[in-house]
Design a protein around this ligand. Structure first.
Ligand SMILES: [Zn+2]
Length: 125
């Protein structure tokens, strides 16, 4: 296992503390949402409406979620829920990024444990 970039010179104690700090500040896992919030201004189709003259209705908010290649889902989000949805999306992205950082730290700790074990075996202990 190769050393993660940048962590190779950090002390083990510092790594454990960094991991503890990340774990403590993880966003609530129950309040996450994968997707993105899109703002749209729309026309209603009525030719005599102001939107037909360029004054579109909105903003209307949509959640779009990619399910796979070429497959998306989602729907309209009412204005009252936009803040919550925005927060949940943010939580999702932070949680994902934080888990990645924790995983990187664990990879480095594991590498050191592995080295220590190997050194101990070499000594015949
Ligand atoms: Zn209209």
């Amino acid at each position: 296992m190769k050393a993660s970039k940048g962590l190779g010179k950090v002390s083990e104690l510092a790594l454990r503390q960094r991991r503890q700090g990340l774990v403590k500040l993880l966003p609530p896992a129950g309040e996450v949402l994968r997707g993105s919030l899109v703002e749209r201004f729309v026309t209603c189709g009525n030719p005599s409406c102001k939107c037909a003259r360029g004054e579109r209705h909105g903003p209307m908010w949509y959640l779009t979620v990619t399910l796979g290649p070429g497959r998306t889902t989602g729907g309209i989000i009412s204005a009252d829920l936009v803040d919550q949805v925005r927060r949940w999306i943010e939580n999702y992205q932070r949680l994902k990024a934080d888990l990645e950082r924790i995983s990187e730290i664990n990879r480095e700790l594991l590498r050191r444990e592995q080295n220590a074990l190997r050194a101990r075996k070499r000594k015949g202990a």
